[in-house]
Design a protein around this ligand. Sequence first.
Ligand code: MG
Length: 147
Amino acid sequence: MQGAWLRIGIGYDIHRLVEGCKLVLGGVEIPHHKGLLGHSDADVLLHALIDAVLGAAALGDIGRHFPDDDSQYKNISSLILLEKTCRLVMRGGFAVQQLDTVIIAEQPRLAAYIPQMRANISRTLKLNISMINVKATTHEGLSPIGK
Ligand code: MG
């Protein structure tokens, strides 16, 4: 691993919630009448995580490595993008050691799906599940995000 320094990255993502799209979060397809619009599977949780991992390694952002006008990423599972990201940072001498995430969504309720999200991330990053946290909260109906 490069140096003895702990590096920390942050990530943020938002996608439009629309009818006729799948809702995929943390690699879990969640039954809901609306889903997230995007070029890939629009998995905002994994996109934010990818940005955090790239950020910690000073390797730019998701758009630089997986541009949304590149047809090879059309409808791709973001778990594949996360795996590619993991390989990228490993080439730089880094390894993800621990991560914490938060999903903001008014609906549906996500608690039941969080164990599978953590398992998917654990498998993809080859990281012990005890080092992976996923939280979900609402925006209490406040501001455009809450509505
Ligand atoms: Mg995104």
